[in-house]
Design a binder for this molecule. Structure first.
Ligand SMILES: NC(=O)c1ccc[n+]([C@@H]2O[C@H](COP(=O)([O-])OP(=O)(O)OC[C@H]3O[C@@H](n4cnc5c(N)ncnc54)[C@H](O)[C@@H]3O)[C@@H](O)[C@H]2O)c1
Length: 349
């Protein structure tokens, strides 16, 4: 069976994870081209991965146009997500593009029109669909283990942005590059998880806040005013009258990468967390007693992102693959959250 020839755009932190994930499938896919605007990163990763010099591209447009590239993996900052997706659609090149789908919703709208004209196999990097505990939670919810689902609480917390760490100004704080702060960064994952588990957002209210108002730019030595959130909370009504509350922060000291959800149904409760990704807590009444069981996630819920990416490239439609429309709808919900927070009103979707 021939190998898919992959072109990788953006060679920073998260690209390292993609390279590692790809390397589990060397019999089916091969990294053949790379691109970064940072010449040092381009040369270094090109060398490490044994990429031919002529396939180390200075422009992502050239990489996408390369007939020797069968599929694209895009791991750049948010300001170029839309352009890369648009070029992949125009070239009919399957892709895996990182979240958030676009920087702002206005960039997602023309992409939808383009996709409807010419659909292309696409995966968006909503990685937590591949956390075994979350996938198992979806199965248990669908199997009716909790009875009718009434509500849930979701949080995605990191601590690296807290004032005491003095993290300097970088693209994640630059509104013109990132669009939003922790909302699009971590909040997009919570939104995707809620959609994965419960369906669509129907109405919501929200608050966005910037806890650390300025950060030092190491290039100028000057403080820069921060125009994106580092704390976001929202509450929503979803399909089937399921109600959820959400919080995300970059200032939660002690939280490394803590994404978790508690789900409450008529006959029980589930807790699933990245802190314990292969187990799930199930609470219910049994023989008149409250019973709490820690369930091990079954093997069939251990689906990986690249397993599904490969299945998608093979023409399959794997269960729960985060596709183009998941990216688009996610961006629509992010936009509704911004509108709700700015207007201090409840927004319908
Ligand atoms: N799915 C996840 O769990 C997850 C986790 C982390 C990051 N991400 C996403 O991955 C993306 C990248 O994040 P990161 O942490 O790797 O950032 P990073 O800053 O570490 O790396 C970004 C890389 O892109 C390069 N780049 C910037 N502009 C470019 C352009 N125009 N063309 C080509 N390359 C360009 C930079 O030089 C850098 O090497 C973001 O969209 C982020 O939201 C997803």
């Amino acid at each position: 069976m021939s190998k898919y020839r992959i072109g990788l755009i953006g060679l920073g932190g998260m690209a390292q994870a993609h390279i590692r994930w790809m390397s589990a499938f060397t019999d089916r896919m091969e990294l053949v081209a790379v691109n970064d605007v940072n010449e040092e990163a381009l040369a270094r990763v090109g060398e490490e991965q044994g990429i031919a010099p002529e396939k180390r591209y200075a422009s992502y447009a050239a990489l996408i146009a390369d007939p020797d590239v069968d599929a694209v993996v895009s791991v750049t900052p948010n300001n170029v997500h839309a352009d890369i997706v648009s070029l992949c659609l125009a070239a009919s090149k399957p892709f895996l593009a990182e979240k958030p789908f676009t920087r702002i919703f206005e960039e997602a709208v023309p992409l939808l029109a383009q996709y409807e004209q010419q659909p292309v196999a696409a995966m968006i990097g909503f990685t937590y669909r591949f956390t075994p505990a979350f996938r198992y939670a979806r199965e248990l919810v669908r199997d009716g283990k909790l009875g009718q689902i009434r509500s849930f609480s979701s949080q995605y917390l990191q601590g690296w942005g807290a004032p005491q760490y003095n993290v300097g100004y970088n693209w994640r704080f630059d509104k013109s590059v990132t669009g939003t702060g922790t909302l699009g960064d971590l909040g997009s994952h919570m939104i995707d998880m809620a959609r994965f588990l419960f369906g669509e957002f129907e109405e919501l209210s929200a608050q966005l806040h910037t806890i650390v108002p300025e950060r030092l730019d190491s290039r100028t030595g000057e403080p820069v005013k921060i125009e994106v959130d580092d704390f976001a909370s929202f509450q929503a009504r979803m399909t089937g009258e399921v109600r959820g509350i959400f919080q995300t922060s970059r200032n939660a000291i002690g939280s490394g990468n803590q994404h978790e959800i508690s789900i409450y149904g008529d006959t029980g409760t589930l807790h699933a967390s990245t802190e314990d990704p292969n187990r799930i807590v199930w609470i219910r009444e049994e023989d008149g007693q409250l019973a709490r069981t820690v369930l091990n996630v079954p093997k069939h819920c251990e689906v990986t992102q690249y397993e599904q990416f490969l299945a998608m490239l093979d023409g399959g439609q794997p269960d729960g693959l985060p596709g183009f429309m998941d990216g688009y709808r996610n961006q629509q919900v992010l936009d509704a959250i911004i509108r709700a927070a700015e207007s201090k009103t409840i927004v319908q979707l």
